[in-house]
Design a protein. Structure first.
Length: 98
C-alpha cells in the first residue's frame, strides 16, 4: 500500500547521526487530520517495529493515547508523568511490551 500523502525528509543524510535500524518520517498535514495521518504512517511504515511519536504538548500526547484511530498499544510519556512511571515506560518499550 503506497501512502497517499507527501513525506518530508527533515533530517537529511542521517548516515552518521542515527542507528541504521531507525527510520525518521515527517509529514505535512492539517492539524485536524494529524491523528488520521499518523495512523496511516504507522500502518504503512510501522510493521512490527517500535515507534516513538514526539508531540508538541502533553495534551497532544494524551490525545494520541486516547484515540481509537490508531489500532496499536500506546503508552504516553511526558513531564506530567512521575519519573518512576517514565522509567517503567522506557523499560517496557525496550522490552517490546507495547
Amino acid at each position: 500500500m503506497k501512502p497517499d500523502f507527501r513525506v518530508v525528509d527533515l533530517a537529511q543524510d542521517l548516515s552518521n547521526k542515527t542507528a541504521k535500524n531507525v527510520r525518521h518520517v515527517a509529514m505535512e498535514c492539517d492539524r485536524d487530520d494529524r491523528i488520521d495521518a499518523l495512523a496511516k504512517i504507522i500502518t504503512v511504515y510501522g510493521g512490527t517495529g517500535k515507534i516513538i511519536v514526539f508531540t508538541q504538548t502533553k495534551n497532544d500526547a494524551n490525545e494520541l493515547m486516547r484515540t481509537e484511530t490508531i489500532d496499536n498499544d500506546i503508552e504516553v510519556m511526558h513531564g506530567g508523568i512521575a519519573q518512576n512511571q517514565r522509567e517503567v515506560t522506557i523499560k517496557r518499550f525496550k522490552n517490546g511490551k507495547f
